[in-house]
Design a protein around this ligand. Structure first.
Ligand SMILES: Cc1ncc(COP(=O)(O)O)c(C=O)c1O
Length: 365
């Protein structure tokens, strides 16, 4: 289907940047420096500054970022790591991939995020870390999570894949936990031209370990001190991301304006939008509402030229490779959210008229 109003639009925003993107790509191609080098270093500095973190370590993608960050904060094979089930599969997959055990916690179906209470209910004597996913671009309640977890020595890794540029009480996602991970998958708010990701942290030791892990456990390819990965951020992606990063605040502001336009158009009469707690500045990677009849509504919207989609209909703990870690898990908030959510079109280039058309289609549906 070619929807008149697509769910995403990440192409139009690149049109004015075309020449600068081509120049950046040419610069890297002509430099002969494709792995590490000045573009990667500069992007790491610029991104660290953007999220107010001391250190940024570029890696191959957001999933590797999670695996590397978990190990860098000290997660060992056999440890328990708490993670929401209502998230993209990779949030939990990374835990299993480092030999730890995912312990699934519930979410608040109004914010779609974990809470201190849902995390506390999932803690075990073996819990060494919690993955705080900032779902759909809304920060998880980090101060309450820190109050719960810091006294117990449990680390928090922010999964900020969907939340680049989001803030909580003025503090950017990426400096709210012990480490944070980002994905630059092309459809993300800051999307590369292929796979890319980054880890941020305020802890130098965590950054040093992450740098080792992304590069075969070595700094010099002679002495290897860890079993690591080959997961580097390409120089080409770094150079292109350097062109995009200065645009991100504007793009995120446009997404927030679109969310405001949904509210002004009366979305709440027809569906329940994600609750945005006081002090949160989300970036609306997706604009997600809850609805009593999601599938029929999605079909009716499609008939009216509006693309819409349910997210994570099968939550992670019910995915076949995960069920062995989810025995007896009761996650009512997750069940409700996964069954009832609808993502509606949002992007930096969506117009107020298009938003009004979506709400009108929803009213008619
Ligand atoms: C919440 C979340 N975590 C992790 C990832 C994994 O990122 P990547 O696709 O770059 O590996 C994604 C996106 O794909 C995501 O949305």
């Amino acid at each position: 289907m070619n929807a008149e109003i697509p769910l995403f639009n990440t192409a139009d925003q690149l049109v004015p940047l075309r020449e600068r993107l081509h120049d950046a790509a040419t610069r890297v191609i002509d430099s002969g420096r494709y792995i590490f080098g000045p573009e990667v270093q500069s992007f790491e500095h610029e991104f660290a500054r953007f999220v107010g973190a001391e250190h940024a370590v570029g890696v191959g993608n957001g999933t590797d970022a999670l695996m590397i960050a978990l190990r860098a904060v000290g997660v060992e094979p056999g440890d328990d790591v708490v993670v929401p089930s209502f998230t993209f599969y990779a949030s939990a997959e990374a835990i299993a991939a480092v030999g730890a055990r995912p312990v699934f916690c519930d979410i608040d179906p109004e914010t779609f995020n974990i809470t201190a209470a849902t995390v506390e209910a999932a803690l075990t004597p073996n819990t060494s870390a919690v993955i705080a996913v900032h779902l759909f671009g809304l920060p998880a309640p980090m101060p309450r999570l820190r109050d719960l977890l810091a006294p117990r020595g449990i680390k928090i890794v922010e999964d900020a894949a969907q939340a680049v540029g989001a803030r909580l009480d003025g503090v950017p996602a990426g400096s709210l936990g012990d480490a944070a991970t980002f994905s630059f998958f092309p459809s993300k708010n800051l999307g590369a031209f292929g796979d890319a990701g980054i880890i941020t942290t305020g802890d130098e030791a965590v950054a040093d370990t992450a740098r080792l892990l992304r590069h075969h456990g070595t700094t010099n390819k002679q002495q290897h001190t860890l079993i690591g990965y080959n997961s580097r951020l390409d120089a080409l992606q770094a150079a292109l991301l350097r062109v995009l990063l200065p645009e991100l605040e504007g793009w995120n502001a446009a997404r927030r304006a679109a969310a405001d336009a949904y509210e002004a158009a009366g979305i709440a009469e027809y569906a329940t939008p994600q609750t945005i707690p006081e002090g949160s500045e989300p970036v609306h990677h997706l604009y997600v509402v809850s609805h009593d009849e999601p599938e029929a509504t999605i079909a009716a919207l499609r008939e009216r030229g509006v693309e819409a989609r349910g997210y994570y209909r099968t939550p992670v703990h019910l995915q076949p490779p995960m069920v062995r870690w989810a025995e007896g898990a009761e996650l009512p908030g997750t069940t409700a959210a996964s069954a009832s959510n609808i993502a509606l079109p949002i992007s930096p280039v969506i117009t107020t008229r298009q938003v009004e058309a979506v709400v009108a289609a929803l009213a008619a549906a």
